[in-house]
Design a protein around this ligand. Sequence first.
Ligand code: GFB
Length: 327
Amino acid sequence: MNRSSQIFVAGAETLIGAGLVDYLRGEGYGHVQVACGSALEDAREVDAFFRAARPEYVFFAAGKSGGIHANQAYPATLMRDNLLTATHVIDGAHRHGVTKLLYLASSCSYPRLAPQPMRVECLLTGPLEPTNEAYALAKLAGLKLCQAYRHEHHVNFIAGIPANAFGPKDDFSPEDSHVIPGLIRKLDDARDQRLPEFPLWGTGQARREFIYVRDLADACVFAMQHYDGAEPLNLGGGRDLSILETAQAIAEVVGYRGTFRLDPSKPDGMPRKGLDSSKLEQLGWRPKTDFHTALRETYEWYLSNRAEAQSGHVILPMQERTYRAAV
Ligand code: GFB
């Protein structure tokens, strides 16, 4: 893949898709095309897109996602959307002769109690975390679909499993978002309201490995250029933090000075979700942005785009939400 390659980012309205588009444009890739949202749920529309756009390289970042509450509340929506978009884009990429495709799965695809840090050999060796089982199964199906197309059709489709991503253009809704954007919004409000105590979901003891979306985009491009294996590639490399440590780091960035009151009536989800990213490291990639800097940049984006950020999955301006020719 080089700066003049025809590149397709499927799901440019998602956090990771938007991060990929920004990263690719910033690095001078001149032919980045996008398709978003429900258009990818329709096989004929996806087929028409491939026919018109003729992409050589596809980054699959499509499919609805959400935090622990959204996964519990909308399992059918999440599973359906992720199954349909993956099926149509992977099949379209094969039928239209795409040179290479990178499918992005999720670290919740690992068994709930996978030994830490999680190695790809552990996939499908135990029960999934119940709070995100439907979404995780859809992500596993997409990953296996890539492997099946490789096997049957001899195509260079690879899969990556990112750590929990966060960054600008995330969904900052209070209930449905992932933990970092959710806490940025709620702790920012709590500071304004001078709340002495903040209710933190769960025991605070669950641990998550986070990756800044710009680093993740960089890792995806690196994988596209340097990895051709059938095994999925873990895309992480940071250390994991407890949810309480995460909340404290966010409180520092937003300037909230109250105390945390843990709420164990809310679920913790997987107890730990650290990735073994040694393969990626051996290939020569490591994350570049420290956690505090990444949180600060995310918070600055939130402050500058508050109205947009608070309305949910905004990500791209409206005119960019449809198929678009090369930029
Ligand atoms: O990012 P998150 O919602 O999802 O993080 P998962 C959930 C953890 O953060 C739980 C705690 O331990 C929660 O109890 N937490 C504390 C909060 N306060 C909050 C808050 O205000 N909002 C949220 N959302 N959590 C997701 C999966 O799992 O990971 C998805 O559900 C996806 O399928 C994603 O794979 C990467 O890390 O638990």
